[in-house]
Ligand binder design. Sequence first.
Ligand SMILES: [Zn+2]
Length: 392
Amino acid sequence: MKLCSKPWNPAYSTIYYLSKSNKEWKTRSTPSTVRHLRELKLSYKIHPRNKPSDQPYTDPIPPWQLFSIPVELFPMSKTAAKQNTHLTSATFRAINKDEPPDHLSIYTDGSTCMTSRKSTCAFFIHKLKIKESFLLSESTNSFNVELEAINQALAHVYHQDWNMITIYCDSKAAIEAIRNFKWTASNTIPKIINQIVNFNSAGPKIKFYWIPRHSGIQGNATAYNLANAGRHTNVGHQLSHCPNVAERLLKMQVLTRLKTISTNTGVINRQRMGMCPWHTHKRRKIQTALFRLRSGHCKLNNTLSKSDMDINPECLHGCEEKEDTTHILLHCPHYSNARTQLTNALLKNNVSLPLDIPTLMGCNPNIPKHTQGAIAKQLVTILIETQLIERI
Ligand SMILES: [Zn+2]
């Protein structure tokens, strides 16, 4: 289903013609792809956009032909740079003091807004007095817009003759993805790498330089303002961007189907597919306990009593309630000290949330990522201290 972004795939032309044709297939000889394509609603733009012959040649480079893409990092951390913008600006000027005449510096940045569902990217070339911003046809994440900015900047200077071109970018993720040839991380990466290969064979060397964002570096601020202005005013070029709509659509369909048949809170409260970092733990024992608590299939009395008549479903500590996840985490007086400790620890981290099962289990989708991490950490501490981990 990633074929719209992988034109080099041998199945590309087949799926292109299948998705375009209105042929009626006999029930027993319908190609399986046709069923999926129809299920995903063909009216939605899921079919490959361009004819196979129109696709640019962006075949991944085989591993033995990979080369190193030079990357440099600004000598200050993001936090330190933000705290002292004057020092950051002075350090940056000192580094770039002796810029040779055959060297070109390009500043790139992207901006994306979840409310207006608009994504823009921009680049700024001080030496050539060029400021360009682009509005992407479809909203995407900040990683993709940063990459698109680099792609557009390289395309702009494609026919120029320089000895060295340095791209100043404030996204380490984007730079690392290019440097490590992460072909599938974004549709734009093959395009960028393809351009770098062409630049290298023609003469100019491409270098990436990570700079901290919003910390007094003039070029970065200009690129940022350009990208932001492009989002608010709709000026700038319109860019046809093709995110992987088919994949997103298919994932949402699978999730909806899973939600209807599941009773697991970890599944029902999900808003998207994929792994949540706070649901996992590097220690297998803890990870297993967290999974069991979320799914309800644990070794607590209520669960065990369903398969063994001799086991009493009630709480081990003399309560009259059934011993399950909700009871031990929210109601059992035996663990009240641990519960208070958990609430206090969360309050210390400025987290004041209703203490309920979805919140504690990391299944409340309205809680931000860092808070989810803090809650999971505290819960693990409590599970170990009360030795509940042995019984789950
Ligand atoms: Zn109890």
